[in-house]
Design a protein around this ligand. Structure first.
Ligand code: 0R9
Length: 644
């Protein structure tokens, strides 16, 4: 692969780095441990990009003795140091001090990471107390230092007798930004090894000075070796000899697909998917394409050879049971979504992957009938086991349902499913909101519990008082898992407990009281990640036949501003919801209830002694800052410390 040669003009300049320091979460997903490590992945990915494109073969990573600073270097071409034609500063400085300044590479040639990754080394610089960049290039060694995104020296030539080329970046994350600035050597080691599996030509040396260890990774066998490694670490046996390997170099628009599959005795499916060498933990369209293709190729094979016993219904899950696979897609401009942006969102990727894989896999099965038959035998086994266990589970459930149902509060509109993992309960304020929610819900998986009266402040109350409070005792009955020391999570009837309150001060107040109650008496539900806050919109904005939903005033202002920017005379209508009860059931459904469209905040307790939602409670608290909300959050944790 050949990248276009760089010239200064290829750099597009956007803006300075203040936004990064102001809202780091927007750029690195958060300021906890994952956010901290994101800085490193970012720098490593830049070096790996240079290797993937054929210019670098070695990457060195050193976690320094203090555990809080890192050096990464590659032996690629070196980041260009020439002066940018209009900005009149060296490209290196530009790259490290401006947001979104990146090479405008010829897309079909130079595949960069993109997404949350690929936000650029400048983001790392902005969030580091100290950064030193050293470039060897054009016969010289150049060095420049930075602090919190600003240059503190000019680019200096420190030697002019350098034969090698490459880039070295040292950085020390800013303790003002991160909760902790201590890196996890083990995590780094694992990630680096995976990079070398995905890139068979690459050699990475990792020095962990905190434990005086040195690791060298190179896996010339690439993803096949990775698969072997995965299967070994899962401790399962493959059910056929040769893994199926697919390397499609030239897919549409310069995309490239590498994947390897082997069926094993594992009772689950283990798929590791990547886009441009970056893990997509939450899957996405490429993984969907992979699943589609496996299903239809195996089905087609079974049909062609008439291998299925009569009357046996085979589900997609049966076909994929025991699969261990690595899927690595290289594509231009990947779009990611999800809280941690680890889900590929490009619609085309689905057909791209499934198209490439389906035919090849079916061909392979036809060509290797012993493998094909081993797989089909495995599939049939899994289908039979599933039918058997389902029949058993249904009879158990029927029995337990009767007794369970007896204790449920009358106001509860329960869901029909009895499988907690797919069931949700919305705890809703007021009867009219409850009515809208009941009409807008999915009866199968969503239960609604309206609360009418006052919720007791569990902070100052005894357990007896709590159980005397009608609203709270209804919550306990509906959840089915008991309370306090009698809590039994295996009896919990819903794995999502969602508080749905009005987006106003009263709503926050009730949310606070309920969270306090959960925190004191149902803490395990929070720890297990079962408690969520719904986010109903506060405004509806209509313009040019389109409807927009705003969570708060800022959100609405932003929408209005954007619309007006696009069209100064646009007619905009706004509606503020006084309460959820005012919302049409269909609206409530599409904005707040529907799992496909809604956004939930998961409630969790952060490492520090604060109750926070994962997505950043500051977002929530900042929004309609009821001081009370903040106070109780803090207070709850103080009580916790006393308890311990
Ligand atoms: C230690 C981590 N490594 C890096 O961050 C790194 C970035 C980088 C790079 C180029 C080469 N090596 C790199 N290492 C590069 C060079 C050229 C063109 N594109 C990329 C060239 O010589 O023509 N760059 C990443 C972005 C940029 N360079 C650019 F935007 F400045 F061009």
């Amino acid at each position: 692969m050949v990248a276009k040669t760089y010239t200064g003009e290829d750099i597009q300049v956007l803006e300075g780095l203040e936004p990064v320091r102001r809202r780091p979460g927007m750029f690195i997903g958060g300021t906890g441990k994952p956010g901290l490590h994101h800085l490193l992945w970012e720098i490593v990915d830049n070096a790996v990009d240079e290797a993937t494109n054929g210019y670098a073969t070695n990457i060195d990573v050193t976690l320094h003795k203090d555990g809080e600073s890192i050096t990464v270097s590659d032996n690629g071409r070196g980041i260009p140091v020439d002066k940018h034609p209009t900005k009149k500063i060296p490209t290196l400085e530009l790259i490290l001090t401006t947001l979104h300044a990146g090479g405008k590479f010829d897309n079909s040639n130079y595949i960069t990471s993109g997404g949350l990754h690929g936000v650029g080394a400048s983001v790392v610089n902005a969030l580091s107390e100290e950064m030193i960049a050293i470039v060897k290039r054009d016969g010289g060694t150049f060095e420049q230092r930075f602090a919190r995104g600003f240059p503190i020296t000019k680019l200096k030539k420190t030697s002019s007798k350098t034969r090698r080329t490459g880039t070295t970046i040292f950085f020390r994350p800013d303790h003002e930004i991160f909760n902790s600035t201590t890196f996890d050597g083990e995590w780094i080691r694992e990630l680096l090894e995976v990079k070398t599996f995905l890139n068979g030509d690459l050699r990475i040396v990792f020095r962990d000075e905190t434990s005086d260890s040195k690791y060298e990774f190179q896996h010339e066998g690439g993803i096949s070796e990775y698969l072997e490694h995965l299967i070994k670490s899962l401790g399962v046996r493959p059910i056929h000899e040769q893994p199926f390997l697919l390397c499609q170099e030239k897919l549409q628009d310069g995309s490239r697909l590498e994947l390897v599959i082997q069926w094993t005795e594992a009772t689950q499916e283990h798929v590791k998917s990547y886009v441009n060498g970056i893990a997509t933990e939450d899957g996405g369209t490429h993984e969907q394409g992979f699943r589609d293709a496996v299903r239809s190729a195996v089905r087609a094979y079974m049909d062609t050879h008439d291998l299925l016993p009569k009357n046996l219904e085979v589900a997609a899950d049966d076909i994929r049971e025991g699969i261990v696979a690595v899927v690595n897609l290289y594509m231009v401009e990947p779009q990611f979504q999800g809280q941690t942006k680890e889900k590929l969102n490009n619609p085309d990727a689905r057909a791209l992957v499934s198209g490439a894989l389906r035919i090849e896999l079916e061909k392979y099965l036809n060509k290797h009938p012993s493998t094909g038959e081993a797989i089909v035998t495995r599939v049939i086994q899994s289908a039979r086991a599933r039918h058997a266990s389902r029949a058993a589970a249904t009879s158990v459930r029927r029995k337990s349902q009767v007794s369970h149902r007896l204790n449920l509060p009358g106001k509860l509109a329960d869901c029909s499913s009895t499988d907690p993992s797919e069931s949700e309960i919305f705890i809703v304020e007021g009867d009219s909101a409850g009515g809208s929610a009941k009409q807008g819900r999915d009866r199968k998986t969503q239960a609604i519990l309206p609360l009418r009266g006052k919720v007791l402040n569990a902070e100052q109350a005894t357990l007896k008082k709590v159980m005397e409070n009608k609203e709270l005792s209804h919550v306990v009955q509906a959840l089915g898992c008991g309370i306090g020391e009698h809590l039994d999570l295996s009896k919990l009837r819903y794995h999502k407990v969602i508080l749905l309150m009005d987006a106003d001060a009263d709503g926050h107040h009730i949310t606070t009281l309920l969270l306090t109650f959960f925190y004191r008496y149902l803490r395990a539900l929070i720890d297990e990640g079962y408690v969520y806050l719904a986010q109903p919109p506060l405004y509806r904005v209509d313009a040019a036949k389109k409807t927009y939903w705003a969570l708060d005033d800022d959100d609405r202002d932003a929408i209005v501003k954007k619309l007006q920017k696009a069209n100064r005379n646009i007619k905009i209508e706004q509606q503020r919801f006084k309460g959820l009860g005012e919302m049409m059931p269909a609206t409530l459904k599409s904005t707040t209830l529907d799992p496909e469209k809604r956004r939930l905040l998961r409630v969790s307790i952060a490492h520090e002694d604060k109750l926070v939602t994962e997505k950043t409670i500051s977002e929530l608290m900042g929004k309609d800052a009821s001081a009370r909300f903040k106070f109780i959050m803090k207070h709850a944790s103080e009580v916790d410390e006393l308890d311990v």
